[in-house]
Design a protein around this ligand. Structure first.
Ligand code: UDP
Length: 377
């Protein structure tokens, strides 16, 4: 194999950013990807009805990070998309995050303004100074009834764990609103790339200094690779150390089984994402992709998401036990010279997309800032 400076394992956000950054300072980059496509879990494609569909679940970009926003705008045009989610609860449909409409609809209340909503929340919440887990985090915000109806079983389906078995941060990802705002996120920038994420990644990786090997498992070819300066690994950290005698405990990851149904009708549901927080169905949510960007077609398809243990790892499972196991892997990883672990699976962190961009950009700056400065001068 041809000599190169930088070896990158994985063509998701972290890998693509590092490849682009190193290529931009004249380094030759070899990127190795196990799957048959770039873009990691952001991969999307046009289906047979011409609808832009994500293969691994809906990806909604949102950020308050101006640096990241500027960075991604170099590689795609973006259109504003304020993501909304609704939930089927009992026989009702309500906004999630919880807002005034959610409470009025579920409990036949007549709350009209922020003060009244704050009073309702105050009356219902069970206060915890510092929530120790996901259950306390939700009770602290909305109290028991909403916890039971909207969070407890959804979380069990999503993680195969009740909120009490997870870090508070998992449940704190979604806010509770004292107004009528029904957007899923509150960030300044909420947008989707025109033409999709795969196109965005193609543009990020469009540099003659970057060579990409798809359908290639790094662990099967690593013996043939040498002579590079730095290795960036973005896969599951425990897989990297799979043959270590010392580290035998496996980290937990959650995967998703996406079950697609093609329907001979224009629409199936009134919104892109509908959550099912009840115990009556096993899936967590149904995504109808044509809603994103208001795509038009005579037919539609929907994707039901069943979260499962086995399969491609998508989510680290944030709790104490996994954090302790991860710490052991990290200690081992820190011993390695010129090998860097980066991204959701390698850092074992539940990053949003913008955080993944930020971490990769920061790592590059940290490692190369002085060299970059020299090159520029
Ligand atoms: N969650 C819930 N009910 C919902 C939506 C979310 O209980 O209707 C909880 C659940 O534990 C989930 C977490 O909030 O894992 C974070 O939700 P988010 O939508 O951020 O998850 P993602 O989109 O990353 O799957």
């Amino acid at each position: 194999m041809k000599d190169f400076d930088i070896l990158i394992i994985g063509a998701g956000i972290s890998g693509a950013v590092l490849a682009e950054r190193y290529a931009s300072i004249g380094k030759s980059v070899l990127m190795i990807e196990k799957r048959d496509h770039i873009a990691g879990n952001c991969f999307d494609y046009y289906d047979e009805n011409g609808i832009l569909t994500s293969k691994y679940g809906a990806h909604l970009f949102h950020t308050n990070d101006e640096g990241v926003w500027k960075y991604v705008n170099q590689f795609s045009d973006w259109y504003s998309w304020q993501h909304k989610v609704i939930a089927r609860v009992d026989d009702k449909t309500v906004p999630i995050p919880v807002n005034i409409t959610t409470v009025n609809t579920l409990f036949n209340e007549n709350i009209k303004n922020e003060n009244e909503m704050q009073r309702w929340l105050q009356k219902n919440r069970i206060a915890f100074d510092q929530p120790k887990n996901g259950e306390e985090a939700v009770l602290n915000r909305v109290g028991e009834v909403l916890y039971d109806k909207m969070f407890k079983h959804y979380t069990k389906k999503q993680w195969d764990k009740y909120p009490v078995e997870l870090h508070a941060s998992v449940l704190e990802r979604i806010p509770v609103r004292d107004n009528y705002d029904d957007r899923y996120f509150s960030d300044v920038h909420q947008a989707l790339p025109k033409g999709g994420y795969t196109k965005l990644f193609k543009n990020i990786l469009n540099n003659p200094n970057i060579q990409i090997l798809l359908n290639t498992d790094y662990f099967e070819v690593q013996d043939q690779l040498s002579g590079y300066d730095k290795l960036f690994y973005t896969g599951p950290i425990d897989r990297f150390f799979a043959f270590s005698e010392k580290l035998k405990e496996k980290l937990e990851y959650r995967s998703i089984n996406f079950v697609r149904e093609d329907l001979d009708q224009e629409y199936f549901q009134e919104n892109s994402v509908v959550n099912y927080p009840g115990q009556d169905v096993e899936f967590t949510r149904i995504v109808e992709y044509k809603h994103f960007g208001n795509q038009k077609s005579a037919k539609t398809s929907i994707v039901k998401e069943f979260t499962v243990d086995e399969g491609e790892p998508y989510y680290p499972v944030p709790n104490q036990k996994n954090q302790e196991i991860y710490a052991k892997y990290k200690a081992e990883a820190d011993q390695l010279i010129d090998v860097y672990f980066v991204g959701r699976l390698a850092n074992y962190k539940y990053f949003n997309m913008d955080q993944a961009f930020r971490n990769a950009l920061d790592l590059f700056e940290q490692l190369e800032f002085k060299k970059t400065e020299k090159l520029q001068n």
